[in-house]
Design a protein around this ligand. Structure first.
Ligand code: AMP
Length: 300
């Protein structure tokens, strides 16, 4: 099945206890698509400036990621900087430079408008709504967001959320967004808005899946080394949605969502092992299947 993602494509400056990377390729749509493409064909909607490295574009192409919806505009690519503290849990945002993102208005190529699965990665909720408005059919839609949009655009975010099927978001953001005290109440709040599937990401404590009245919890998958967690959530979402897109989205059962959680978790465990997209770029099916087997053994 086809899978379209709209999100940021960025040049990130990241500092972790393991070192530093300047202007490394990142962004929510980047991590998402490099993970999802292992399970389903992926098409990107996004924008970059003329300074975006050709090497990264070639990497997308090498992986057969469809770039018909990628706008390359005069100006600088979106830039973001983050610094992690010793335990790699807490992160300070150093800067956010919107650059070409400031005037971005996503336009879906006609060939994207009938996609069966759509993922609205972390961007301004107004843009997420603009994309929903352009869909011709009714795809299975997932949505991610962040604290910034809860702070500055909560109403629009709630509107966008009410129109999708799956929410993938941090547990702390669920509490912040819904103003509930307990996670389960926050999830109910979101389910009452519309989406019946909610995934609460809990960093090093794994993730919880809520699907209608069913519930399952997953630990993280052990990684070989922890270098840079930037993009782990987007990579999780890529594995999760990519796996769902490999099934018939009209006929998904709870067990499919449970399996998708495992695929997302395993993909995220690879991402954190290097800076930027380094590990995702070298990953092959054998490595993924080997770790899937180990993780399934661990949680069974
Ligand atoms: P995560 O580690 O899942 O929070 O994702 C980090 C990625 O999100 C980085 O590659 C950033 O470029 C991107 N990012 C950070 N802030 C924003 C924002 N306001 N809008 C869109 N993408 C962002």
């Amino acid at each position: 099945m086809s899978l379209v993602v709209v999100g940021s494509i960025a040049l990130d400056t990241v500092i972790t206890p393991k070192g530093r990377r300047d202007n490394a390729v990142g962004g929510s749509a980047t991590f998402f698509s490099l993970a999802a493409v292992h399970f389903s064909p992926v098409s990107i909607v996004g924008i970059v400036g003329r300074d975006f490295p050709q090497r990264a574009i070639d990497e997308f192409k090498k992986r057969n990621i469809n770039l018909e919806g990628l706008e390359i505009k005069e100006g600088k690519t979106f830039r973001w900087g983050g610094e992690y503290k010793k335990n790699l849990k807490n992160r300070d945002t150093l800067f956010t430079e919107l650059n070409v993102f400031k005037t971005f208005s996503p336009v879906l190529p006609d060939s994207y408008k009938n996609t069966e699965v759509l993922f609205l990665a972390n961007i301004h909720p107004e843009l997420q709504i603009q994309v929903l408005d352009q869909m011709v059919n009714k795809p299975l839609v997932g949505l991610d967001s962040m604290n910034l949009w809860i702070d500055v655009s909560r109403d629009k975010l709630l509107e966008a959320m009410s129109r999708v099927d799956i929410i993938i978001i941090n547990d702390e953001e669920i509490i912040q967004l819904t103003k509930e005290t307990y996670l389960a109440d926050g999830v109910k709040f979101i389910q009452n808005l519309g989406p019946k599937t909610v995934i609460a990401k809990k960093g090093k404590y794994g993730a919880e899946l809520f699907h209608h009245d069913e519930h399952a919890m997953y630990p993280i998958c052990p990684e070989d080394q922890l270098v840079d967690p930037t993009g782990a959530g987007d990579t999780f979402a890529g594995g999760f949605m990519g796996y769902l897109a490999s099934k018939n989205p009209k006929d998904l059962k709870f067990s499919d969502y449970q399996e998708a959680m495992i695929y997302g978790t395993v993909m995220a465990s690879f991402l954190v092992e290097s800076f930027s997209t380094d590990k995702l770029e070298t990953l092959d099916k054998d490595q993924i299947n080997k770790r899937l087997g180990e993780f399934c053994k661990l949680i069974s």
